[in-house]
Design a protein. Structure first.
Length: 117
């Protein structure tokens, strides 16, 4: 089974990027690929708990991303991106927090890498 890493690099609202990244994640995982969803750069904002997206008439993407393990995908959150944005591990949904070194290993082991900017 091929390993695919899908990187979401932009915040959850204002553009369709994070939503389209989610669709790609569940799609590849649903097809049986070993799928890694990486929230990096501003993408770490997707993982924030208690988002109030209703005010802007959007769906809460944190709730969607919490469910990706149900599809067989792995949620990875980049530690340095969180730190740079002042986000602590207590403010985010459950996922594996990795540093840059571990992220490089995930990317090196992946047959395909898709980046949603």
């Amino acid at each position: 089974m091929a390993k695919i890493t899908i990187m979401v690099r932009s915040a959850q609202y204002g553009m369709a990027t994070a939503g389209e990244g989610f669709r790609a994640i569940i799609g590849t995982a649903g097809m049986g690929f070993d799928t890694y969803a990486v929230l990096i750069d501003d993408g770490v904002f997707v993982a924030l708990k208690d988002q109030n997206a209703e005010k802007i008439e959007m769906h809460n993407l944190a709730e969607a991303y919490k469910q990706i393990s149900d599809f067989g995908a792995h949620l990875i959150i980049h530690k340095e991106s969180m730190e740079k944005r002042g986000i602590s591990e207590y403010e985010i949904i459950a996922g594996k927090i990795v540093d840059t070194k571990e992220l490089k290993n995930i990317l090196r082991e992946s047959k395909f890498v898709i980046s949603f900017i």
